[in-house]
Design a protein around this ligand. Structure first.
Ligand SMILES: C[S@@+](CC[C@H](N)C(=O)[O-])C[C@H]1O[C@@H](n2cnc3c(N)ncnc32)[C@H](O)[C@@H]1O
Length: 342
């Protein structure tokens, strides 16, 4: 009989100073223990693995007109970067409800915010699509809140982890769902889509100039992983490397938006948003491409015209050159805000 205890699993080793694989960057995955490494990664303009650097934070807080004791919603909790800063202003006495549809990240973020000292009286994490914000408030007996914030799109945790299937730089399952428990994966969606529908999606969701020829090459095909799709896009287009890279980026963006029904959710959210705000309450929304910004702009302008909003931002607020340098993902961010009538 072998009564030796089983050996504990060995920690994965990586060679050299700069691990290339997401899962090998264990120091970045544990920022509490390796704060110095994480600070170095951020200072080099990169996002540490497994985290998200919040964008336009001071501008968002100012737009939301926060003060201690008020109640509001962060409709896109993500890593909790904005939520942490909001909680620091509205507590003591205030309450933040954080929504996110990602079942993998919500529990981690909830734990981080608890460890930062915010108990159930100050913060509640709710796994929900933001299209359901009105229901979430009704269930909590809230007729409206003082502020609603949304930072649209995907988090860096989702983009950077090859296992989530958003990355066209590393092989992973072709999934792209923010909520992998719902709907079709990108692979299933592509295998079922017609060329006509795909051409519309590529054109509408990413302004893809070669939408028709790409749709003919990709629709109805089976791709085993993200790299196979990226290679098929490259094979379908005659262009230089720079154009090929941009094309792959646009195709992935368009498919991601379709698979997650992002515009359907955003339209539903914008429709109910005015009813979710108390008199004088503020909404601030960060967008990352024209399809999102157009919708937010139209909804805020309509609200102003119809006398629902008292005031809306004059144009968009964008990241400073310094923030763009420190966090290239901030380059495409546009912030708009609206204030409800008293
Ligand atoms: C850009 S990240 C937010 C980052 C966050 N502000 C922070 O500082 O860490 C966007 C988040 O919104 C979530 N999300 C996107 N669409 C959503 C939807 N329709 N309903 C709920 N959450 C959504 C994503 O899962 C992701 O975690």
């Amino acid at each position: 009989m072998n009564d030796e205890l089983p050996r504990p699993p060995r920690r994965k080793r990586y060679s050299g100073k700069n691990p290339r694989h997401f899962e090998d960057k264990y120091k970045e995955h544990d920022p509490a223990r390796h704060a110095e490494t994480v600070a170095k990664v951020i200072a080099s303009g990169k996002t540490p693995a497994g985290s998200h650097v919040p964008i336009l934070v001071d501008e968002c807080l100012e737009a939301l007109a926060l003060s201690p004791g008020i109640t509001g919603v962060d409709a896109t909790l993500g890593y909790g970067g904005h939520a942490l800063r909001i909680l620091q202003v509205i507590t003591p006495g205030g309450k933040l409800i954080g929504l996110d549809q990602d079942p993998i990240e919500v529990p981690k973020t909830e734990q981080r915010l608890r460890q930062a000292g915010f108990g159930a009286d100050a913060f509640e994490a709710v796994r929900s699509n933001y299209a359901g914000i009105a229901k979430v408030l009704t269930e909590r007996g809230l007729g409206g809140v003082d502020f609603v914030f949304a930072d649209l799109g995907c988090s860096s945790m989702q983009f950077d982890d090859p296992a989530r299937g958003f990355s066209f730089k590393h092989a992973g399952p072709l999934d792209m769902r923010m909520n992998p428990q719902r709907g079709l994966s990108a692979a299933e969606w592509l295998a079922r889509i017609t060329p006509e529908k795909l051409a519309f999606v590529l054109h509408d969701h990413a302004d893809e100039p070669r939408a028709e020829s790409l749709a003919n090459a990709l629709a109805g095909k089976t791709f085993r992983n993200t790299m196979e799709l990226a290679q098929a896009v490259r094979a379908a287009v005659r262009a230089d490397e720079e154009v090929l890279d941009l094309t792959v980026r646009r195709v992935f963006q368009a498919i991601r938006i379709a698979v997650n029904e992002e515009f359907v959710a955003l339209d539903a959210f914008l429709r109910v948003l005015p009813d979710c705000l108390r008199p004088g309450g503020c909404a601030a929304i960060l967008t990352f491409h024209s399809g999102e910004d157009r919708r937010v702009k139209k909804a805020f302008q309509a609200g102003l015209r119809d006398g629902i909003f008292r005031e809306i931002s004059d144009g968009v607020i964008t990241a400073s050159p310094e923030e763009r340098r420190m966090n290239p993902r901030s380059s495409s961010a546009k912030l708009r805000w609206a204030r409800a009538c008293e």
